[in-house]
Design a protein around this ligand. Structure first.
Ligand code: ADP
Length: 470
């Protein structure tokens, strides 16, 4: 449905090294695709320029790909091909020097710097040589940071005159120097949640540019994440029949993972990369605590670091059985069943620029237990402590005592220690055991909250217009 822009339609070009689902490594890839689709729904035009990685050749989503341009540039020939992916026009840049034939998006850090810098300039060259004049060039993280400087230095005065630059940080942990440089050259500079914007506001890469810096929360793709049309669930459900749908999903989940069916107990789940960022010591502790409280614990995740993985293998050895299941793999179908079949989804991150799992959990009627940081703080409102904040953020009301203004949706904690986690997890588990009616009501309420791209897309569109105004 085209909603129609209120001002002239915008033409936005993303220069990015990831896009979901064809070249996705993390949240950046999701954002590039979903944001492009969402702004198009409002009547604007978005395009993505992406390296033509060798692994893309086999992607079924690249059917109908056609030739677009050929450029002599950077000491080699560059072929540009194009097709529409997920409703968005994508241009693929393929240099004849074979730079992107390494089987994956990221490889060795130094090589990545060289090849992505080459890619950024080739993308600008493509815009220049084909006479394109987007209103906005939108760059993402360190990997396309160099496009911002190159644009103003080498292209703006030489024919590619129109664009303004918007730059988004998805994670400041990587490539802060490049990010600081891009910020200097961007007209608007954003990150993926207001709280993360606040938390990184004092960072040397960010602070000098704080006047043009803001946080816009990511959304989730509500077509992909929809329990009413989810092929991986036994019974489709919405807020109206959540109890039945979730009961069937819980049964299927237990069956799949060998957990016992005859316990009337809460199931606590984690779906996560197992890295320090994600609070691994707290994930481990939560497994013990949940079993201690008579609940079942499900973990789906994998650790890139072999030492961390060995630690988790030990945990599985100790707690795995008919009350605890530990799956160390990347398993999309299983993740859907976990979001649906669990009562509680835990996200105890040390830092979290935005985080998608808590929003997916709510869409599937699970109750999030999170550490109050970054985007987790902006999306999860504690039932005991955040009534006023939730009423304001969810309903735009400053009176949370009015009927229907309770937007609280989970349990949260502040500290990074085990006691802090216990404080939130115990309240969630207590609530399940002692007041199941309230717990069910909370689950249905969570399913009605809007964590889609609807609102974030409007915020980005406004930001694009303000970048143009200068
Ligand atoms: P990050 O991008 O830092 O990993 P996010 O919360 O932004 O964290 O996004 C994580 C996404 O990856 C979610 O969609 C989650 O469901 C998915 N995910 C993480 N680990 C796994 C896994 N082992 N199997 C399937 N999906 C996973």
């Amino acid at each position: 449905v085209t909603k129609g822009p209120k001002s002239p339609p915008l033409y936005i070009t993303h220069i990015a090294v990831e896009m979901a689902p064809i070249a996705k490594v993390g949240g950046l890839g999701d954002v590039v695709t979903a944001l492009s689709r969402a702004v198009q729904e409002h009547g604007h035009h978005a395009e993505i320029i992406l390296p033509r990685y060798d692994f893309l050749l086999s992607s079924p989503l690249l059917q109908g790909i056609t030739f677009e341009a050929e450029m002599d540039w950077g000491g080699c020939k560059n072929f540009v091909t194009t097709c529409v992916v997920e409703g968005v026009r994508v241009f693929f840049i393929e240099p004849s020097n074979g730079m992107f034939k390494v089987g994956q998006v990221y490889s060795q850090p130094h090589d990545d710097e060289v090849k992505f810098e080459f890619f950024c300039k080739a993308a600008l060259e493509f815009l220049l040589q084909t006479g394109r004049q987007p209103d906005i060039i939108h760059c993402h993280d360190w990997s396309s940071a160099s496009a911002a400087r190159a644009y103003w230095q080498d292209y703006h005065h030489y024919g590619l005159w129109k664009p303004k630059v918007v730059f988004t940080i998805h994670n400041l942990e990587f490539g802060a120097a490049a990010i600081g440089d891009a910020a200097m050259n961007a007209q608007k500079f954003t990150t993926v949640s207001p709280s993360y914007a606040f938390e990184v506001g004092g960072h040397p890469a960010v602070e000098p540019h704080s006047a043009k810096f803001s946080g816009i929360i990511n959304g989730i793709d509500t077509d992909i994440w929809d329990p009413l049309y989810d092929q991986f669930l036994p019974t489709p459900y919405s807020a109206e029949n959540a109890e039945e749908g979730k009961r069937d999903a819980k049964k299927a989940l237990r069956e799949r993972l060998g957990l016992r069916q005859d316990r009337d107990c809460p199931v606590v789940g984690v779906v996560s990369r197992l890295t320090t960022q994600k609070g691994i010591h707290l994930i481990k502790h939560a497994a013990y605590r949940t079993l201690d409280r008579g609940g079942q614990f499900v973990l789906l995740g994998s650790a890139p670091d072999p030492k961390i993985q060995a630690d988790f293998d030990e945990l599985a050895g100790q707690l795995g059985g008919d009350m605890g299941a530990f799956c160390y793999a990347y398993d999309e179908p299983l993740s859907h069943l976990i979001y649906a079949g669990c009562d509680v989804i835990l996200v105890p991150s040390m830092f979290e620029p935005c985080g998608l799992t808590q929003m997916i959990a709510m869409r599937y009627g699970s109750v999030p237990v999170v550490r109050q940081t970054g985007g987790l703080r902006d999306t999860v409102f504690d039932v005991d402590h955040d009534k006023a904040r939730a009423a304001w953020e969810i309903h735009g009301s400053d009176d949370h005592t009015k009927a229907g203004m309770d937007g609280t949706n989970g349990f949260s904690f502040e500290g990074t220690d085990e006691g802090s986690l216990d404080y939130a997890l115990n309240r969630a588990i207590d609530c399940w055991y002692n007041d199941i009616a309230f717990f069910r009501q909370l689950q249905s309420r969570n399913m009605t909250q809007d964590w889609s791209w609807n609102k974030p897309a409007l915020d980005y569109i406004e930001l694009y217009y303000s970048a143009i105004k200068g």
